[in-house]
Design a protein around this ligand. Structure first.
Ligand SMILES: *Cc1c(COP(=O)(O)O)cnc(C)c1O
Length: 388
């Protein structure tokens, strides 16, 4: 085992930035008030929440009033789907989405089916890319919402959101995007992207877990996600998670400052790892688009090996990764994303994802390039299917 563990699973979660932790600390102790309270304890908490809202809005070029704090990406996605569906069901019952969304979108969509909504899953190409023309073709007079993720969490492909947004806006249909993987990683601008709703989760951008937001463009017809005390301008009841919100605000502020540097740091590391693995290991396939992809995502399939075995062997070497193989899921079905881009079951079983972060070094990449091909080699020697 290496003396230093190497974390390459930033798509799953990121460590909170030290400044984020520092910013949050006082809100667990001295500044503990309820933001809805009129006294000074409450008002101190209120101003911290509103300052954080401003910072999160800046990250995506939104107005402060358009940010609703939630418990994270999953809630924001649920809120977008259900909030629009329930509020606009008189207009129509048709929702358009893709087969490669996070489960936080596909599961609410499948649930809405049981309540009489129609769901269209758009086709994607071999890179997982949506054709905006297919969105146009799928629209009907009953369509109330289109939801297409900004970038895919498994294979990293970045969608042509602005083009899709032009089509939905012209049609007068609401457009949601899940930007959980992109906020803080690449530019996200709600105006350029022509979106009405956009989800973010703080723990994917060096903020704390259990906090996120949904951007809701002014004028969008929604029902509240939680009915309660009227917080978040009646859109999401419950006493605000003040420390979480403050941490999210700090993470957003840092992301704005670091955005260019993060991309400049990650792109060469990503490309070195993809190139190195492709050259060193035969029967390997890159998943997702070669260039229109997240700057930190390396997703590949290796034939004649099983994802879970690769992951466990990497873990024994102190390297954290992820797999879309069947064994990692309850259903024993490989990743729906890999199947949707046309990977046959046998190949989808041999997937591994490395997702890099702001602390990843070139030495880390070199270590993986040294260790991983040996793991694949060892596993293939044990495989009855593999013939050199
Ligand atoms: C992680 C993730 C989510 C879920 O976010 P949570 O804050 O963990 O609920 C949703 N969508 C995408 C694309 C993600 O990567």
């Amino acid at each position: 085992m290496n003396e230093k563990r190497i974390y390459m699973d930033h798509a799953a979660t990121t460590p909170a930035h030290p400044e984020v932790i520092g910013a949050m600390a006082p809100y667990f102790s001295d500044i503990f008030g309820n933001p809805s309270s009129i006294h000074s304890f409450g008002q101190e908490a209120r101003s911290a929440v509103e300052e954080a809202r401003e910072k999160v809005a800046s990250l995506i070029n939104a107005k402060k009033e358009e940010i609703v704090f939630t418990s994270g990406g999953t809630e924001s996605d649920n809120f977008a789907i259900k909030g629009v569906a329930f509020a606009n069901s008189k207009k129509g019952n048709h929702i358009i989405t893709t087969p490669i969304e996070h489960h936080a979108i596909t599961e609410p969509c499948e649930f809405m089916k049981t309540l009489g909504f129609d769901i269209t899953y758009l086709p994607v190409d071999g890179y997982g890319m949506v054709d905006p023309e297919d969105v146009k073709r799928a629209l009907t007079d009953k369509t109330i919402l289109v939801s297409v993720m900004h970038a895919n969490n498994e294979i990293g492909t970045i969608q042509p959101i602005d083009e899709i947004g032009r089509i939905t806006r012209e049609a007068g249909v609401y457009f949601h995007t899940d930007a959980v993987q992109t906020a803080g990683a690449i530019p996200v601008d709600v105006n350029k992207m022509n979106v009405d709703l956009l989800s973010i989760s703080a723990h994917k951008l060096y903020g704390p877990k259990g906090i996120g937001c949904l951007y809701i463009k002014k004028g969008t017809k929604m029902v509240p996600f939680m009915h309660g005390g009227g917080q978040e301008k009646n859109r999401r009841g419950s006493t605000e998670n003040v420390p979480g919100i403050v941490g999210f605000g700090k993470a957003a502020e840092i992301a704005v400052k670091e955005l260019d540097a993060r991309q400049a740091h990650l792109l060469p590391l990503r490309d070195k790892l993809i190139k190195g693995l492709s050259e060193k290991i035969d029967h390997s396939l890159l998943n997702g688009h070669p260039t229109k992809r997240l700057p930190n995502n390396i997703s590949m399939c290796f034939e004649f090996v099983e994802g879970e075995s690769m992951l466990l062997n990497l873990d024994m070497e102190g390297i954290a990764s992820s797999t879309g193989s069947a064994c990692s899921s309850a259903t024993l079905e490989p990743s729906h994303v890999l199947l949707s881009i046309g990977r046959p079951h046998a190949i989808a079983h041999g997937s591994i994802r490395f997702s890099l972060g702001r602390m990843t070094t070139e030495k880390d990449v070199d270590t993986v390039l040294d260790v991983f091909p040996k793991i694949v080699d060892k596993l293939r020697k044990m495989s009855p299917l593999y013939k050199r």
